[in-house]
Ligand binder design. Structure first.
Ligand code: CO8
Length: 260
């Protein structure tokens, strides 16, 4: 471990807290995704672990989503490798046998929102400065079909259509209203609430819950598995376009200028 994901497993409860610590904003770089996957896999294979609370150690940010620098000015081979890791993260998290709860203690755009949506339950801190959503179109890029599917499974077709076309980032009350998050709590209560919700979920026999989860999610997973290679090719050919590279560059500049 390189130290970008801090894992603490409480062996008396069987609950692990996975804290993302890829400072400053928990962007999902290739290195970070690799470490995240190793940590998740370890817990998945640990019979003593039944539930994971996913949260952030970065102040005010849950995750800034995919690392834009991984999608800018690199080789086609690099883009393909990066995209494969993003797919893998989604596949593992969305299908985890463990109970997964997102304790969203900061902003969560794009890939950050995707990670949260992969969990079984979402609790968000009710800080009005935080926002969550799939804002890809605002960057001039398009969320892939399996991001879209994950959102449809979370909030339904109409809310997803509007969200995705406009690239909406929701405040906590708005996110709660459309069902993008399940519960809002004051920031200082987020970890204790996650632990309490976890114990409710763990009261259900694992086996029955796991089969049910798989029944709900497998068709969505199978759709990516059937098109995994073409999805990588699509990403590479899209992201290497001059116009898309230009959009990303302008977006990065806008992020920098917005500061201060
Ligand atoms: N990737 C790389 N670097 C980032 C990212 C990111 N996603 N987000 C922020 N940073 C950098 C900033 O550029 C800045 O760098 P520097 O210090 O060198 O100037 C540093 O992190 C800190 O950022 P801010 O100063 O902006 O910090 P704030 O606390 O003011 O704001 C936010 C934090 C809210 C996270 C803000 O930075 C933000 O909105 N970031 C962009 C988030 C975003 O739009 N992410 C989308 C990524 S795309 C994605 O996840 C899905 C892509 C789907 C694939 C598409 C197929 C083609």
């Amino acid at each position: 471990a390189i130290g970008r994901v801090a894992v603490e497993l409480d062996s008396s409860t069987g609950v692990a807290v996975m804290k993302m610590e890829n400072l400053p904003v928990n962007s999902l770089s290739l290195d970070f995704l690799t470490e995240f996957l190793i940590s998740l896999e370890k817990l998945e294979n640990d019979r003593g672990c039944r539930g994971v609370i996913l949260t952030s150690g970065a102040p005010k940010i849950f995750s800034a989503g995919l690392d834009i620098m991984e999608m800018y000015g690199k080789s086609a081979e690099h883009y393909a490798e990066f995209w494969k890791a993003v797919q893998e993260m989604w596949l593992r998290l969305y299908q985890s046998n463990m109970v997964t709860i997102a304790a969203i203690n900061g902003s969560s755009p794009a890939g950050g929102c995707l990670m949260a949506m992969c969990c079984d339950y979402r609790i968000m801190a009710e800080n009005p400065k935080y926002s969550i959503g799939l804002n890809e179109t605002q960057l001039g890029i398009v969320a892939p079909f399996w991001f879209k599917d994950t959102m449809v499974n979370t909030v339904g077709n109409r809310a997803t259509e509007r969200s995705l076309e406009l690239g909406l980032l929701y405040s906590p009350p708005e996110a709660h209203k459309i069902g993008l998050v399940d519960q809002l709590v004051p920031e200082e209560k987020i970890q204790s609430t996650a632990a309490a919700v976890m114990s409710q979920w763990l009261a259900i026999p694992d086996h029955a819950r796991q089969i049910t989860k798989s029944m709900m999610r497998k068709p969505t997973v199978d759709r990516l598995l059937a098109h995994r290679e073409s999805d990588i090719q699509n990403f590479v050919s899209f992201i290497t376009k001059d116009s898309i590279q230009k959009s990303l560059q302008m977006y990065m500049e806008m992020l920098k200028q917005r500061r201060g």
